[in-house]
Write a protein of this length. Structure first.
Length: 278
């Protein structure tokens, strides 16, 4: 009952914050209370006035996900408020939002810049949208690439530098594709993935082979080697983490695998931070 009471308070507060003019309604006669009336919210959301009234009162009525989505839009809820509404009403997260968040939040960038290991951020279709300076030294300078050339899945599957060891490359492709399948199954933007899938079917024999397999992988971590001139080979183990404040974004961290790699990475970092003398 406590959650229903909280849902009631939340909905009342949300509609109280909206002026009629904000949703295209005339101000009309003087109102006794701030914000929209229940019948106005119901009409704008395409719901029965009685049904919405009962829902706002905290009665045991159930709204479908599409109805909750319409209500979220009507009340101009933020992404966090939308998620809060679904949690209270259905006790589960909302469907993935249609628009991916491609904004690197200040806290995320600060974290990456403060790390002494390479770090980057990808969105759900594996496009790289954020990175720190060590990524540019160890792997590639994404700042020099347009967005359409920063898709990490395409890079790993197609770039010649990863084909030095044919057996290792084939195993990497198999596992990459198994993880890519998992992400494709969860996306709210299948058309974005389908464009990548169509291209890869034409460009990669390994993609053609393994896309037909039933293997899927919900979590993916691996080791990789960066050969740095003047420093030598650095072996990394990479893992990924969801970014709580930005659904759809993943933070990838590359940690040195052994002591020699750690020493070489420290040397690389020192060179990266050293001032350039005129």
């Amino acid at each position: 009952m406590a959650q229903r009471e909280e849902l009631s308070r939340f909905l009342k507060a949300a509609r109280a914050k909206l002026a009629p003019s904000e949703v295209g309604l005339p101000a009309g006669e003087r109102r006794r209370t701030r914000g929209l009336r229940r019948e106005e919210v119901a009409t704008l959301a395409g719901m029965s006035v009685t049904w919405y009234t009962w829902f706002e009162q905290g009665r045991e009525v159930q709204l479908s996900a599409p109805m909750l989505e319409r209500l979220s839009r009507t009340l101009r809820l933020t992404p966090n408020e939308r998620e809060f509404l679904f949690a209270l009403a259905q006790h589960r997260p909302p469907p993935l939002a249609r628009r991916a968040d491609e904004t690197i939040h200040a806290g995320t960038q600060h974290l990456m810049d403060a790390l002494s290991i390479p770090a980057l951020v990808i969105v759900e279709d594996w496009t790289v949208i954020g990175w720190n300076r060590l990524v540019g030294r160890a792997f590639r300078d994404y700042s020099q690439l347009p967005r359409e050339e920063r898709n990490l899945f395409r890079i790993l599957m197609l770039h010649p530098r990863y084909r030095a060891d044919p057996d290792k490359f084939q195993d990497m492709c198999r596992r990459l594709i198994a993880r890519f399948k998992w992400d494709y199954s969860r996306t709210a933007q299948p058309e974005v993935f389908e464009g990548i899938i169509a291209d890869m079917m034409e460009q990669s024999e390994f993609f053609q082979r393994y896309w037909q397999d039933s293997e899927i992988m919900a979590h993916f971590e691996d080791t990789n080697i960066a050969d740095m001139p003047g420093v030598g080979e650095i072996m990394f183990r990479h893992t990924s983490y969801a970014i709580e404040e930005a659904p759809g974004q993943r933070l990838l961290l590359f940690a040195p695998l052994d002591d020699v790699s750690a020493q070489r990475l420290a040397q690389l970092m020192a060179e990266t931070e050293a001032p350039v003398l005129a």
